[in-house]
Design a protein around this ligand. Structure first.
Ligand SMILES: NC(=O)c1ccc[n+]([C@@H]2O[C@H](COP(=O)([O-])OP(=O)(O)OC[C@H]3O[C@@H](n4cnc5c(N)ncnc54)[C@H](OP(=O)(O)O)[C@@H]3O)[C@@H](O)[C@H]2O)c1
Length: 168
């Protein structure tokens, strides 16, 4: 049987890198995506794509490339994201827009673009979210309002087949 194929956004550091290292240990083929090239060299066997996922054209190219793989996409992990710590009074509209773009619009657009690949492999999608959505800390004000925004949408295939333990 072919090894599973996973795409991990933000796979160059932090939580995404930890997931990538564990996937590599389990023999899963990896494509890691982040803006900077150098941290994508994680020391494990993985392809890396240095690109800004907020850029619609770059994201479209990535989607086309993945779509060309006949066996499809087994796992899509959304770990790329950003946080601007500020309450509503201090946060700028630019802070809000960046967080919305990175934490809500981009993962929505990438998931939507990769639906065919995911369906081909009966794949699963993992969103690395944040408990900031439920904290009362003032500096996480804008995060609180954004994190739940990605909750209502997920691929139709996942609604049918999400096993226990799948993260949303
Ligand atoms: N760490 C925590 O305690 C914590 C807690 C709750 C939730 N979270 C959330 O979990 C996710 C991962 O957290 P983390 O701590 O691992 O984050 P992190 O260390 O800041 O890593 C973020 C990753 O995303 C990539 N990235 C960011 N913007 C990108 C873009 N526009 N295009 C492509 N890649 C991009 C970064 O690489 P480049 O900079 O090279 O692009 C990096 O690989 C984030 O969404 C974060 O908000 C984290």
């Amino acid at each position: 049987m072919d090894p599973l194929f996973a795409v991990v956004t933000g796979g160059s550091q932090g939580i995404g890198k930890a997931i990538a290292l564990e996937f590599a240990r389990r023999g899963i083929r990896l494509l890691l995506v982040a803006r900077r090239q150098e941290p994508l060299d994680t020391g494990v066997s993985a392809e890396g794509r240095a690109m800004d996922l907020l850029d619609d054209e770059s994201r479209a190219r990535l989607i086309s490339e993945i779509d060309e793989r006949p066996s499809g996409l087994d796992v899509l992990v959304h770990s790329a994201g950003t946080i601007a710590r500020a309450d509503v009074a201090d946060a700028t509209i630019e802070d809000f827009d960046l967080q919305f773009q990175a934490n809500v619009r981009m993962p929505f657009a990438l998931t939507k673009g990769l639906l065919r690949s995911l369906e081909r492999a009966h794949g699963q999608v993992v969103f690395v979210s944040s408990s900031a959505g439920s904290f009362r800390e003032p500096t996480r004000g804008s995060m609180r309002r954004l994190r739940p925004a990605s909750a209502p949408w997920r691929p139709p295939s996942a609604r049918r087949r999400t096993p226990p333990g799948t993260c949303w």
